[in-house]
Design a protein around this ligand. Structure first.
Ligand SMILES: Cc1ncc(COP(=O)(O)O)c(C=O)c1O
Length: 376
């Protein structure tokens, strides 16, 4: 069976974990944590990076930092992972879901302004498949209406908008190192802070609401409870694993981009004949080869293609169920139809994608897809 995902190990993970353990500093915010954070700050032009136990936790930190409270409205795409919304719901926010673009699953920036009210506090964008949202338009709205922007960059490491690294544009941003991502730590995440006003408080929230980080830097002579917070920082074991991956970012990305391009050219004829739609990357966006998806004509065709591929030992999977129509949220959603989000819920199919997938595998999977459409 060709699985949908297979975590890739560079080989250094356990060596660095042994180093972390031997150092006697195994809890968080040690040498490996600092290396990973500095890597993000330098390479991706982020003012302050804080490693977290997941992207979900980084999003929860964003909601606390923005002082989200009962009744505040937060606009975000419906076609996203539950954590994007949950983090703000936990603080009492009212989520206002926006539709996706017709040409890719990112939030449709042209539909945002009509959703802004006096209660709107933030816009959360999700760079789906690592492809940038239209950030100039989103940031301009934020300036006009005095809103904060959070980039959910869970899938968007090493991807760019008009040359700017994703995660460096919004006031805050979050990354994921879950084992399905380009760079992994099993579970793990990172909060990127680009608006300096949030830096000091973020460190406190990160350390259970205490000023322990300042204490260890010698800035205060005792530490205690100064704000709300939680245990958002991972141990050095996770950070050591992550460092082994970050060191190899360029070679991992090179290989993933080859796989992506091979899929794209192998399936191009199906795009031309309109049997499926291939991923669209706008000119302003780069492609970090996080995912390869196709868009089928309807849900029945997608189910047929999944079954066909499964019979050939290929595991392809669909993605999000739009949150506005989810079991939990549907009773809270206003009656607006989110046509494009529903389209991706029903038609988008993700193909196997991981570092060790061979070019032969990609060719075989593509041939099977063409056979399904009688084109091979
Ligand atoms: C868009 C998006 N946001 C948030 C998350 C949550 O990431 P994590 O599993 O690191 O909490 C994911 C996970 O896949 C995601 O795709």
């Amino acid at each position: 069976m060709i699985s949908f995902n297979k975590p890739f190990l560079t080989g250094k993970e356990t060596i660095y974990i042994e180093e972390a353990v031997a150092s006697g500093k195994i809890s968080g915010n040690g040498m490996f944590t600092q290396k990973c954070q500095a890597f993000f700050e330098e390479k991706f032009n982020i003012k302050k990076a804080l490693l977290t136990t997941s992207c979900t936790d980084a999003l929860e930190m964003c909601a606390i930092l923005l002082n989200i409270k009962e009744g505040d409205e937060v606009i975000m795409p419906s076609y996203t992972f539950v954590s994007t919304a949950n983090a703000f719901v936990l603080r009492g926010a009212k989520i206002v879901f926006a539709d996706s673009r017709a040409d890719n699953p990112n939030i449709d920036e042209t539909k945002l302004e009509s959703l802004i009210t006096k209660k709107t506090k933030a816009i959360v964008v999700v760079h789906y498949a690592g492809v940038a949202c239209a950030m100039d338009e989103v940031m301009a709205l934020a300036t006009t209406y005095n809103l904060f922007v959070v980039e959910d960059a869970a899938q968007a490491i090493d991807s760019y908008y008009k040359g700017k690294p994703l995660g460096s544009i919004g006031h805050l941003a979050t990354f994921s190192f879950h084992e399905t991502k380009n760079i992994i730590a099993g579970e793990g995440g990172l909060l990127a802070i680009n608006d300096e006003q949030f830096i000091d408080r973020a460190e406190i929230i990160w350390e259970k609401g205490t000023n322990r980080s300042a204490f260890f830097r010698g800035e205060v002579d005792k530490y205690g409870w100064v704000d709300i917070g939680s245990s958002f920082l991972p141990s050095e074991v996770t950070a050591a694993f992550l460092w082994a991956q970050l060191e190899q970012l360029d070679s991992i990305q090179k290989k993933r981009k080859e796989i992506w391009k091979t899929y794209y050219s192998a399936l191009a004829s199906l795009g031309v004949s309109n049997d499926i739609a291939l991923p669209y990357v706008p000119n302003y966006a780069s492609n970090n080869a996080h995912m390869f998806y196709v868009k089928c004509k309807n849900i029945n065709e997608r189910s047929g293609l999944i079954a066909h591929l499964k019979a050939q030992n290929v595991h392809a999977v669909f993605h999000y169920i739009s949150l506005h129509s989810s079991e939990y949220f549907k009773e809270f959603h206003d009656s607006r139809e989110l046509v494009e989000a529903e389209t991706y819920t029903q038609k988008l199919l993700r193909l196997p994608f991981f570092y060790e997938l061979t070019i032969d595998d990609v060719s075989n999977i593509s041939t099977q897809i063409k056979k399904f459409f009688n084109e091979a």
